[in-house]
Design a protein around this ligand. Structure first.
Ligand SMILES: [Zn+2]
Length: 350
C-alpha cells in the first residue's frame, strides 16, 4: 500500500488549471496543455490529448475515442488560443486515439494527420475488424456490468466496492456513447506517415516525432519536446494499470522501447491514459513488469507448457500488489489487461 500512496502523491503534484466534462486540463509548460481524462479507471478508455501551442499554430497529440470527447477538447483549445491546428499526431491506431480525427479535420480543413507507416495499413484492415468486434461484443459487456451493479457484486464475487460501482457506471456511459457514435464516424487516416523519425520545427519549438520500437503496438509513436523535457508516450505508459493489447503488443520490445523513452530523460511523462508523471518511477515499474512477463512466459514456453498451462502458473503476484493493491477495479484491470494478454503476447511473438 505504501507504493500506492507514493503514486497518489506524485499525481497530486500537477494541479489542473481547468475542469471540463470528462477531463481536466493541465498546463505542464509554456503553451503545452494536457487534457487528462477524469473518468474513473475502467475497462473502457478514452485517450489523453496534448495541445501544443506554437508561435503560429497548434499541434495536437491524440484525438480521443469519438466526436463528443474530441469536440470537448477542441472547445477547451479554443479558450486557450485562436491559432489553427496544423497537425494532429495519432500515437497509434486504436480507436480511443483516432476516432476523433474527423472533428479536427472538419474544424481545420487542410490539417495534416501524422502517424507511423503501419497505421495506414492497420486502419482499414485489422482496425476495421477490431471495431466491428467491439460494436458487436460491447452490448453483452454492458449487460454484464449492469447485472453486477444490480446485484451489487464485483466480477471477483465479492461485494461491489464504491470505486467499482463508479467505474462500471462510467464504463457503461462511455461504451453506450461509443456504440451510438462510432457507426456514424468517418474514419480519417494519416496524410503523413514516417518510419523512424520526423521533426517538426514550428516557430521556436522543435517537436520530435519518434518511433523507438515495438511495444503496445508495432507502430507506437512518442512525441518529444526537448526544450521542455516532455515526452508524450501514447499507450507505452498507461496508469494506474498498464494496458497490454490482446493481439498486437510485443512484450520484450516494449521494455526496450520504454528504456529508450527514459533515456530521453523526460521531466514530464504524459501517458496515453492516466495522470502526467514528473519522474520515471511508474515507467520503471512497467519495465520491470514487462521483463518478468517475458522471462516467466518464455520459461514456461521452453518447458513445453501450453498457453493455458502457463496461465495457471504465472501469477505476477508481486506486480499485481504494486499496481492493484486491494482495489477491486485495478485487480480486474490487472487480470484483463496485463496477465491474460501479456502471457498470450509472449506465446504469440516471434
Ligand atoms: Zn489508448
Amino acid at each position: 500500500m505504501r507504493l500506492l500512496t507514493v503514486l497518489v502523491l506524485e499525481w497530486a503534484l500537477i494541479q489542473p488549471v481547468a475542469a471540463h466534462a470528462g477531463f481536466e486540463l493541465h498546463r505542464i509548460a509554456d503553451g503545452v496543455h494536457v487534457a487528462v481524462r477524469s473518468e474513473p479507471a475502467g475497462l473502457m478508455v478514452d485517450a489523453n490529448a496534448t495541445l501544443i501551442i506554437n508561435d503560429q499554430d497548434v499541434v495536437v497529440v491524440d484525438a480521443n475515442v469519438g466526436p463528443t470527447s474530441a469536440k470537448a477538447t477542441l472547445a477547451a483549445l479554443r479558450k486557450l488560443t485562436a491559432k489553427p491546428v496544423r497537425y494532429v499526431i495519432n500515437t497509434h491506431w486504436h480507436d480511443d486515439h483516432v476516432l476523433g480525427n474527423q472533428v479536427w479535420r472538419d474544424a481545420f480543413p487542410g490539417v495534416e494527420f501524422i502517424a507511423h507507416r503501419t497505421l495506414a495499413d492497420y486502419l482499414p484492415g485489422q482496425g476495421l475488424k477490431n471495431r466491428q468486434a467491439m460494436l458487436s461484443g460491447a452490448p453483452s459487456g454492458v449487460a454484464m456490468l449492469k447485472s453486477l451493479l444490480d446485484r451489487a457484486q464485483g466480477g471477483d464475487g465479492q461485494p461491489l466496492s464504491a470505486t467499482a460501482r463508479a467505474s462500471h457506471e462510467s464504463d457503461i456511459r462511455l461504451v453506450e456513447r461509443y456504440l451510438a457514435e462510432t457507426p456514424k464516424v468517418e474514419i480519417v487516416g494519416p496524410t503523413l506517415t514516417f518510419e523512424d523519425r520526423l521533426v517538426l520545427q514550428r516557430g521556436a519549438r522543435r517537436i520530435e516525432v519518434l518511433h523507438l520500437g515495438r511495444g503496445h503496438t508495432a507502430g507506437d509513436i512518442v512525441v518529444h519536446l526537448p526544450a521542455d523535457g516532455i515526452v508524450i508516450t501514447g499507450d507505452l505508459v498507461v496508469a494506474p494499470v498498464p494496458l497490454i493489447g490482446r493481439d498486437q503488443s510485443h512484450i520484450a520490445g516494449w521494455a526496450v522501447t520504454l528504456e529508450k523513452v527514459l533515456a530521453l530523460l523526460p521531466k514530464f511523462i504524459v501517458p496515453g491514459h492516466g495522470p502526467v508523471f514528473r519522474d520515471s518511477e511508474y515507467s520503471q515499474r512497467v519495465i520491470a513488469l514487462l521483463r518478468d512477463i517475458q522471462s516467466q512466459a518464455t520459461a514456461a514456453k521452453a518447458r513445453g507448457e501450453s498457453l493455458d498451462a502457463a496461465r495457471k502458473v504465472i501469477t505476477l503476484a508481486d506486480h499485481r500488489r504494486i499496481f492493484a493493491g486491494d482495489d477491486q477495479v485495478r485487480n480486474m484491470l490487472f487480470t484483463q489487461y496485463v496477465l491474460g494478454p501479456g502471457i498470450g503476447a509472449v506465446y504469440r511473438d516471434r
